[in-house]
Design a protein around this ligand. Structure first.
Ligand code: ARG
Length: 591
């Protein structure tokens, strides 16, 4: 279903074409000045510039044409404003008919951006084996999961891949540390996947061991050589490195799954860097044969610099001198896999902004090597850093890396406090209360993350983002729950939403806002920008609040008006439900 702005654009295009004006200028948007008009078209100005005419006069001509085409059905008022804006207001009949259709639309006005269901590979999450998941992975998981839902709703078939970090030097470091200290029995003899306590013990051992091994790697040359040796041994799938790695990976995966479950984030594929292995040797051969891969100081590289580069773009290193592969190699091999296996129209990486240069190198090498044709879009949807209240990257109080599970636990603790303060969820059975606290915490964390422009850094302030007031996840949950209970109460009294709308001034603003849904979803999906949905959801909740404060609903004696207002409540509730679900946020039944 089209939004009102889209419908008006179609009519306006006809008018522009009939006047010999370029129809691409006919775009109609929601008016920036709600007092003056509901919608506006700014196309007269650029047309006038091209035709060297007065923009106001062109606007007048367009309006005259619009009146002739429309015959009073759609437009209640058309006027020229300022330097040549075309101001538009629609008729009451048109608006109420549109609302009634929206209320019946099963897609809730969700636009279809890919009618043929093109494939998208979405690379997000990206945690590393044998390390605790941290807040960087939190951002990637939350944003990626929202994009999976959003692009899926917009008609794409999205394949979400977690792309584990499981094939690099860190693996070699850890394995070398176990072997060097003759502690590999910790892995081999004790591992029993059916025993959660064992799995946890082993995971803790790896998480504690890893930073120590990394420190040794930095300081100790002999150890560094061993780590490189075992990295290569792993990548050649030789023992003991390969066998140890299989267990390390499996244990890590169990721990990760727990985290993702708590977050409500899911993946279609649990592949990793290691899955690129089989594609790498043939790819390297092919790049060599084409003369694209070159020797450089014993290593094999793909030069990707261009003449017009403003900053230096170093070559992508395919193979080190010992033949081991690097991050760029596995990403390139993964592209070979994805092109063959998934035949995507787009491949989107939801990865920290600071890896921008890496993706620039990988994308250039992929184009140069003919691995990904120009028809397939490669997108690095980067994100900024999550900072603590001190403005520095988020850490624990002790200054360490904040683990994801600890962060979620803190969120749930805070949510319990907030519910108590607000006297919410008071009389619930304990299990339901816990469930509500978990939902509030996840809503708070996700909304705080998603509401920022993806590329911006933001401050994670648990005190603020768990509040039930202001632009927060809990506020939106609270509004949605409140509308739901209002509708339930109405139904108990036999008052049901009507199918026809009667709009008076206070509710017209809410009605017009609800009709904007397809515009916001399309914009968010086209720009991979969930914050657009957050802004919109917040606006809807606020506008609902003012409608609720200004209109009688249950106490309205005029039955038609009451039914119409209940229908607006129901429509608002569905809007919040849809948007929050696109953000990966669940609404509790009651609160
Ligand atoms: N494991 C990486 C990290 O922790 C992120 C992986 C991102 N995806 C990719 N295809 N490179 O930084």
């Amino acid at each position: 279903m089209l939004s009102i702005a889209q419908k008006l654009t179609e009519v306006t295009e006809q008018a522009f074409s009939a006047l010999g004006l370029p129809p691409e200028y006919a775009r109609v948007t929601v008016s920036a000045q709600a007092e003056t008009a509901q919608f506006q078209c700014n196309g007269a100005m650029p047309c006038a510039k091209a035709a060297k005419k007065n923009p106001r006069q062109i606007a007048e001509e367009v309006i005259e044409k619009l009146r002739a085409i429309d015959g009073g059905k759609v437009f209640a008022a058309l006027s020229v404003g300022g330097p040549g804006f075309i101001n538009m207001t629609v008729t009451e009949d048109f608006l109420t008919a549109h609302l009634a259709a929206l209320a019946k639309d099963t897609r809730m006005g969700c636009p279809v951006l890919s009618p043929d269901g093109e494939f998208i590979v979405l690379d997000y999450g990206g945690p590393n084996v044998a390390k605790a998941m941290h807040v960087g992975h939190l951002r990637s998981s939350i944003i990626g999961d929202s994009l999976r839902r959003l692009l899926g709703a917009a008609g794409y078939v999205v394949i979400g891949d977690v792309h584990l970090g499981d094939w690099g030097t860190p693996m070699g470091m850890l394995i070398a540390d176990y072997l060097d200290k003759q502690e590999d029995s910790v892995i081999f003899t004790n591992y029993d996947p059916s025993r959660p306590d064992e799995v946890e013990r082993l995971m803790n051992d790896m998480v504690e061991r890893y930073p120590k091994a990394a420190a040794r790697f930095k300081e100790d040359e002999a150890f560094r050589a061993k780590a490189h040796f075992h990295t290569k041994q792993l990548q050649d799938k030789e023992q003991p490195a390969f066998g140890m790695w299989q267990i390390i990976r499996e244990v890590s995966k169990i721990a990760m799954e727990k985290n993702f479950l708590a977050l409500g984030v899911r993946f279609d594929l649990w592949k990793g860097e290691s899955d690129a292995h089989d594609f790498i040797a043939p790819m390297v051969e092919d790049l060599k044969r084409k003369g694209i891969a070159q020797e450089s100081d014993g290593a094999l590289v793909v030069p990707v610099a261009r003449e017009d580069d403003k900053k230096e773009v170093p070559p992508l290193i395919l193979l080190k001198s010992d033949g081991a592969v690097l991050y760029g190699t596995t990403d390139l091999g993964t592209l070979v896999d994805r092109m063959q296996e998934n035949k995507p129209a787009k491949i989107i990486y939801v990865v920290d902004q600071r890896q921008g240069l890496h993706f620039e190198q990988v994308f250039r090498a992929a184009r140069k090597g003919g691995i990904v044709p120009d028809s397939v879009e490669l997108i690095h949807a980067g994100f900024g850093t999550m900072n603590g209240p001190d403005g520095k990257p988020f850490k624990t109080r002790a200054g360490g890396v904040m683990k994801l599970e600890d962060l979620i636990a803190m969120g749930v603790e805070k949510a319990r406090e907030r519910l108590k303060e607000a006297k919410l969820a008071e009389d619930m059975p304990p299990a339901e209360k816990e469930d509500v606290a978990h939902k509030v915490a996840i809503a708070a964390i996700k909304f705080a993350d998603l509401q920022n422009n993806r590329v911006a850094d933001y401050v994670f302030d648990l005190d603020r983002l768990t509040m039930f007031e202001g632009k927060t996840g809990p506020y939106l949950l609270y509004q949605a729950v409140r509308i739901n209970s209002l509708l339930k109460k109405a139904a108990e009294q036999g008052a049901l939403p009507a199918e026809t709308f009667i709009l008076q001034e206070p509710e017209r603003r809410l009605a017009l806002l609800l009709c904007e849904m397809p515009d916001h979803i399309a914009l968010a999906a086209r720009n991979y920008a969930p914050h657009i949905l957050c802004d919109y959801a917040y606006k809807v909740a606020q506008e609902f609040s003012s409608f609720y404060g200004n209109c009688h609903i249950l106490s309205e004696t005029n039955e038609g008006l009451r039914g119409s207002r209940l229908a607006l409540c129901a429509l608002t509730h569905r809007h919040l439900q849809v948007i929050l679900s696109l953000l990966g946020i669940q609404i509790p039944e009651r609160m």
